[in-house]
Write a new protein. Structure first.
Ligand SMILES: *[C@@H]1O[C@H](CO)[C@@H](O)[C@H](O)[C@H]1NC(C)=O
Ligand SMILES: *[C@@H]1O[C@H](CO)[C@@H](O)[C@H](O)[C@H]1NC(C)=O
Length: 417
């Protein structure tokens, strides 16, 4: 569970409250809850059940006490990944006509992933219920019926045979429909790589504030997973749009604007799948030097696979996942805080990495990253930002996906705007 900085209003309250008052407030809240309990037995059992998640009462903005004209709302996103299912409960605050801000996030994860229940879908229910209980505990009762509830599945379900995946999703949908939250017909789905890249792009630009100020330059997003790699950015020049192959462009409507994004997910060019491909044909060439051997093999693996755009030079990029992990492993950035580097640093690190024992793949991985970035069109002196968190919020696609979902609900409500 993470706390994020509040807006100024709430922060001042937090500083000004003496501890004693806070304790009183806590007892008061507990008392109110106890009262609710006698009235609604169900609610009580729910709050009892979700012992895994802790609340952070001082960061919350209870209904009715928010400043007169700002509106608080919530969104619940289930991230159904290959190894586990995670619930993110986002609290937003919005002034009329302005871009909402994120004021709080709670998350909880459960293992294993949904795909583990492919042969017995009933068994997936208790886990989903447990995570729904966390949401019920976190979101004030009055907000339940207006809070959208969505599940998006990634790699694990994409790999299941279609029929099994659909059965699982149908089961989740039943459980969702029986919950008190706002559940649409599109509440569960499997994302493809482009959806994931675009959602992560929204997250990054929402958190850096560039969606809020239309004149401000947006940032691009580079992600390197195990099985695939994604690149998403907003081209500045129309020419990029015209010269791109059709599958590389996607139109995104959000907050009264249309973004024409360049976004592509390369299946099979994730770090783990690249390792397999690279190791698949190492024999047959005399090893002059390890890095050179790597570079030759990596070049073969990447040949003619990546679409190159000159315009990546002009956009600021944030890079995540294995880009971050590798840079941290060899000390190019701080493992906790992240940092900036230039693309060429990956190649230098690959040449001088002298600790093959600690991780035999480091040299190969760095070489792969270095050449992949060059194939995308990044020059060696291009600065990349490596971040895990922006404004202390972890950057995952889940925030962007729920934000976009809520925005499209609002658009359906008032198609005129
Ligand atoms: C990914 O899915 C979206 C719908 O969620 C669809 O519009 C898009 O065309 C798909 N992209 C690819 C590359 O399959
Ligand atoms: C949306 O954009 C249109 C055209 O740019 C503008 O007239 C309208 O006021 C905007 N609506 C909102 C809610 O910002």
């Amino acid at each position: 569970m993470r706390k994020i900085p509040n807006n100024g209003n709430l922060k001042m309250t937090k500083v000004a409250y003496p501890l004693g008052l806070f304790v009183c407030l806590f007892i008061y809240v507990a008392y109110i809850k106890w009262h609710w309990a006698s009235a609604t037995q169900a609610f009580f059992s729910i709050t009892e059940a979700a012992t895994g998640a802790r609340r952070v009462p001082q960061t919350r903005s209870p209904p009715g006490t928010a400043a007169h004209d700002h509106e608080v709302f919530y969104g619940i996103m289930f991230d159904a990944g290959s190894t586990g299912t995670r619930v993110h409960i986002f609290q937003f605050s919005r002034q009329p006509g302005e871009m909402p801000t994120l004021t709080h996030e709670t998350f909880k994860a459960l293992k294993p992933g949904l795909s583990a229940y492919a042969d017995d879908v009933e068994k997936s229910t208790p886990g989903i219920q447990e995570l729904l209980d966390v949401a019920k505990q976190d979101i004030p009762f009055d907000f339940w019926k207006d809070t959208p509830l969505v599940l998006k599945a990634t790699a694990g379900l994409r790999l299941l045979p279609g029929e099994k995946a659909q059965k699982l999703l149908q089961k989740v949908k039943e459980v969702f429909k029986a919950s008190p939250f706002l559940v649409g017909d599109d509440c569960v789905s499997i994302m493809n790589g482009t959806d994931e890249g675009v959602s992560a792009w929204i997250t990054v630009n929402f958190l850096t504030g560039s969606l809020k100020t239309p004149g401000r330059s947006s940032v691009g997003m580079l992600d390197l997973g195990g099985g695939s790699t994604q690149i998403t950015f907003l081209p500045r020049v129309e020419g990029t749009l015209q010269s791109s192959p059709p599958g590389y462009l996607t139109s995104l409507q959000m907050f009264n604007r249309t973004y024409k994004l360049y976004s592509y997910s390369y299946l099979g060019l994730g770090l783990m799948s690249a390792r397999l491909a690279i190791l698949g044909g190492v024999e047959g060439k005399p090893a002059v030097d390890l890095h050179e051997l790597c570079a030759d093999r990596v070049s073969e693996v990447l040949r003619d696979k990546v679409h190159r755009t000159e315009e990546v030079k002009d956009v600021d990029f944030h890079a995540f996942s294995y880009y971050y992990d590798l840079a941290a492993t060899v000390g190019l950035i701080d493992a906790e805080k992240g940092g900036s580097l230039v693309v060429g640093d990956f190649e230098i690190a690959a040449k001088y990495e002298t600790r093959p024992q600690s991780n035999p793949f480091v040299c190969m991985d760095l070489t792969y990253i270095s050449l992949l970035l060059q194939e995308f069109g990044f020059p060696g002196n291009k600065v990349l930002k490596l971040t895990r968190k922006i404004n202390n919020v972890e950057t995952s696609w889940a925030l962007g996906a729920i934000f976009h979902y809520i925005d499209s609900l609002n658009r359906q409500k008032s198609p005129a705007s």
